[in-house]
Design a protein around this ligand. Structure first.
Ligand SMILES: *Cc1c(COP(=O)(O)O)cnc(C)c1O
Length: 386
């Protein structure tokens, strides 16, 4: 059986990158499809008759992969989750007819009175929305999910107001103004097993006696405790779908996930530095020996992190090379002293292979992978690869 993405993209063979003038992010929807299948496999560990359904979280333009290029993979989930009704429309325009969860929707009659939005699920997280929902007179009934504020304490009802919100929405459900009513929480510390356990228990205690489906698990919660996630009704997974591990010390590869994005850029110049010469802004690098420098057309204006510490790596010609000097707006500089065969037009990979996962780059840049892939700028075309 051909293993389509075992090392994700073979950059030497990817047509899109045979001659690059600027950085490009190659998007692999088949990796997303694989990752959804992997999550289903984990969720099936429980003996329950019905494994939870999966919301594919596609906010922030599918975590920077773009909805359009990610969609052929995301469409293997049971529903799509985005923030706004505008994004719901974009999903419908791509052909998605299944459920969509709007996590931060506008609740006006004008905005919701559009059959193309349905089946539509809405997160309800503050009092004003309860009043807005009650005043709607729509020919379609949305599903509602009451959101608990929890430890994260962003949007959501607190312990007391949660019960009242549920009661109001439950009445609307019985009157047929809602198609369904569920319980939702978003964890603050899903990466920490102990904290996660506490957050889960607090939520269980809160919703006891209030019937309805439960949707609490993000990627980190699901991956760290699939059996607990399997006991819920819907999971909301984002980062894992794109092949990225949310768990400290584990790569996506370790978790059976495949990266859906490879960031590449060309070498546009090569020159020698003599021992003692400086390189880059603020003379951050000084050669201690004769050094062959490669200039790579990728900088922080493309979304590459400026804050990388010395010793961070890229891949070129199938091997690692080290970044030297300060990452600038348009250029990063690499040490090609041990890569005599690499010259101008060679393709450099910044992240997205099993040798150089985005998790490594993110930790070297003191950030998280989700920030890196959502921070790519418009200067970086996203190109779909088969
Ligand atoms: C972004 C988001 C998710 C997805 O989280 P991941 O950690 O990427 O899986 C789930 N639920 C809510 C409410 C979110 O905002």
């Amino acid at each position: 059986m051909p293993d389509d993405t075992s090392t994700c993209v073979d950059h030497e063979n990817a047509n899109a990158s045979s001659s690059l003038a600027s950085p490009v992010a190659l998007i692999n929807a088949r990796a997303i499809k694989h990752n959804i299948a992997r999550l289903r496999q984990l969720l099936a560990c429980d003996q329950r008759a019905r494994a939870p359904r999966i919301w594919a979280v596609a906010k922030a333009d599918a975590y920077g992969h773009t909805l359009e290029h990610a969609y052929p993979g995301l469409c293997h989930a049971d529903g799509l989750a985005v923030l706004t009704l505008h994004e719901v429309r974009r999903c419908r325009a791509l052909g998605w007819a299944g459920p969509i969860l709007a996590m931060s929707p506008q609740l006006t009659h004008a905005a919701l009175n559009d059959p193309c939005l349905y089946p539509l699920h809405l997160i309800i997280d503050h009092d004003e929305q309860l009043a807005q929902l009650a005043s709607l007179n729509l020919p379609f009934a949305p599903h509602a999910w009451v959101r608990f504020r929890g430890r994260l304490s962003h949007a959501g009802f607190d312990h007391v107001s949660y019960r009242a919100a549920y009661a109001l929405l439950h009445a609307a459900l019985q009157e047929g103004r809602l198609a369904g009513l569920g319980h939702l929480q978003h964890y603050a510390d899903a990466e920490d097993a102990g904290q996660l356990q506490q957050e889960r228990q607090a939520f269980q205690a809160l919703i006891a006696g209030m019937p309805g489906p439960v949707c609490t698990e993000n990627s980190a919660a699901l991956l760290s405790d699939p059996a607990a996630a399997a006991a819920t009704d819907w999971v909301r997974s984002g980062i894992a779908l794109y092949g990225i591990s949310p768990l400290h010390g584990l790569s996506g590869h370790d978790l059976g996930l495949r990266p859906a994005m490879v960031l590449q850029a060309p070498v546009y110049g090569v020159h020698m530095l003599q021992a003692g010469e400086f390189l880059g802004y603020h003379s951050l690098f000084q050669a201690t020996r004769e050094t062959r420098v490669g200039l790579v057309r990728c900088g922080y204006a493309d979304g590459y992190p400026r804050g990388l510490t010395a010793g961070c790596e890229v891949m070129v010609g199938g091997r690692k090379a080290t970044i030297i000097g300060r990452v600038s707006m348009d250029t990063l500089t690499i040490d090609l002293s041990d890569h005599p065969e690499i010259g101008p037009n060679a393709i450099v990979t910044m992240w997205g292979t099993s040798e150089l996962p985005i998790e490594t780059v993110a930790s070297q840049a003191s950030t998280i992978p989700a920030q890196l892939c959502t921070a790519l700028t418009e200067r970086v075309p996203r190109v779909a690869i088969a």
